[in-house]
Design a protein around this ligand. Structure first.
Ligand SMILES: NC(=O)c1ccc[n+]([C@@H]2O[C@H](COP(=O)([O-])OP(=O)(O)OC[C@H]3O[C@@H](n4cnc5c(N)ncnc54)[C@H](OP(=O)(O)O)[C@@H]3O)[C@@H](O)[C@H]2O)c1
Length: 433
């Protein structure tokens, strides 16, 4: 039996999940792996006398974890970018492997943090909670050329879209409900504006396509423009609306984008509901694989954190404890040559449009002709007889596959029509690769 002495930064949801899982399943983990996990030290801003620290020393300065010679591995579970990055860097510099659940820091600084050399930095918990997608991309599917990755990777968005569909509630009502249930933060912007999903997609794209961690290269759109009626119209047209992260290799280059998308009701991803996450990977050898599971929560995230810790622990068994920091074992694929990223303007998609117009004869013909002037054809239409409360009617259109910049030009023209009386909602149809 080899001992692995861990130091934990933070004592919040995930850190407590880690302590709980070690307490309950520590023996099982030892039996399975031959590694005994010892929580050596915990450092967090505030003491939590109510939490069982499993005998660990406690202090409030996270740098104590690096300074303590008895700590073999540092778990960064404080979140944020500033101090978290500093802690990861100093631990790696001190030859201590790091496990983090922090997608923001990996998405923004992954290249720099992973470039350092041979000390492992692992981040299974940073994407899709309990789902072992990092390990799957870097090891399980390592023999494959990845064609595309589609992810439902934000539980808040998926929960909200699911409830809007099932209960027909408005966006703000569902948001309040999600906040009351703890599925959305008091400040929900990070989730509903798509930033959190974009952090995760940055990581998936870097691993799947051996490219850089380039958050700034992503196109990002959240779900705030989605109305309950869009979900109902989409259903009539045979689709569900999901907030998707898409990384796809196309002849034009690598597409990396996060936005709501119409997914055929019969597709695997369409059945992933509530706070569940899922990542679908299309690759040349393995074909279509779908990974799904809880994307957040203390216990689920702790499961992924400890998977990383135990993987590091097996290196202790293979080497001496001193050699741990020198290991070549890294979860990330080495960054290869830069792949050309496709600009959003150049990406082709079929689109759903909901156009609020005055209720007057001839308006549909006007809309159709504005689209046709840009060579956009109409594949399906829903036009409701009943005007809504503000006396407008919605014209719902499915377009053919059209390049983003062309559709944007057509939408500005449509918006300028005096018969169009509100914001046009555009939702892209998920591609198939
Ligand atoms: N929660 C999830 O379901 C989940 C899922 C996947 C990934 N993650 C990631 O896991 C990480 C931790 O998330 P969490 O939900 O556990 O967060 P949390 O509940 O807010 O816990 C963060 C902990 O870090 C401490 N902390 C914050 N700033 C500190 C500082 N400057 N110095 C010392 N301690 C500090 C906090 O202290 P106080 O108690 O004083 O605030 C708290 O104990 C984040 O990167 C998050 O994105 C979370």
């Amino acid at each position: 039996m080899k001992k692995l002495r861990i130091g934990i930064a933070g004592l919040g949801t995930v850190a407590q999940g880690v302590l709980h899982l070690i307490k309950n399943n520590g023996n099982l983990m030892s039996d399975r792996t031959g590694i005994e996990l010892v929580v050596q030290r915990i450092a967090s801003r505030s003491a939590r006398p109510d939490v069982d620290l499993l005998g660990a020393a406690f202090s409030t300065d996270v740098h104590d974890l690096v300074a303590d010679p008895e700590v073999d591995v540092v778990l960064e579970l404080i979140g944020g970018e500033g101090l978290a990055k500093e802690l990861i860097e100093s631990a790696l510099a001190a030859n201590k492997p790091v496990v983090t659940a922090n997608k923001a820091v990996v998405a923004a600084h992954g290249d720099q943090l992973l470039a350092g050399g041979n000390v492992p930095l692992r981040f299974e918990a940073a994407v899709a909670g309990a789902i072992p997608i990092i390990q799957s991309l870097s090891q399980g599917l390592a023999a494959n050329r990845i064609n595309a990755i589609y992810g439902i990777i934000n539980g808040t968005c998926n929960y909200m879209l699911t409830v809007m569909e099932e209960e027909g509630l408005a966006f703000n009502e569902v948001l309040a409900q999600a906040q009351a249930l703890g599925y959305a933060e008091a400040d929900p912007a990070f989730d509903i504006d798509g930033i959190d999903a974009a952090h995760k997609l940055t990581i998936l794209a870097a691993l799947g396509f051996a490219t850089s961690y380039d958050f700034s290269a992503l196109y990002i759109e959240g779900i705030t423009q989605i109305a309950a009626e869009d979900i109902q119209y989409a259903k009539e047209l045979g689709f569900k609306i999901k907030h998707l992260g898409i990384a796809a290799h196309t002849p034009a280059g690598l597409e990396t984008r996060v936005h709501p998308a119409l997914v055929p009701s019969s597709a695997l991803l369409a059945s992933v509901n509530g706070v569940m996450n899922a990542v679908q990977v299309m690759s040349d050898g393995a074909g279509e694989t779908l990974f799904s599971g809880p994307g957040a929560g203390g216990a689920a995230t702790a499961s992924a954190v400890l998977a990383d810790v135990l993987a590091l622990g097996s290196l202790v068994a293979a080497h001496t404890s001193d050699a741990l920091g020198q290991s070549q074992d890294k979860p990330a694929v080495d960054t290869g040559p830069a792949i050309r990223r496709v600009a959003m303007d150049d990406i082709p998609s079929a689109c759903y449009l909901r156009i609020p117009t005055v209720d007057r004869p001839g308006v549909f013909a006007q809309v159709a002709s504005a689209l046709s002037a840009h060579s956009i054809s109409i594949e399906a239409v829903i036009q409701k007889e009943q005007p809504s409360a503000d006396a407008s009617v919605s014209i719902v259109i499915m377009t053919n596959v059209v390049v983003e910049s062309v559709l944007n030009a057509a939408l500005s023209e449509l918006s300028a029509l005096d018969t169009v009386v509100g914001d046009i909602t555009r939702i892209r149809v998920a591609p198939t690769h």
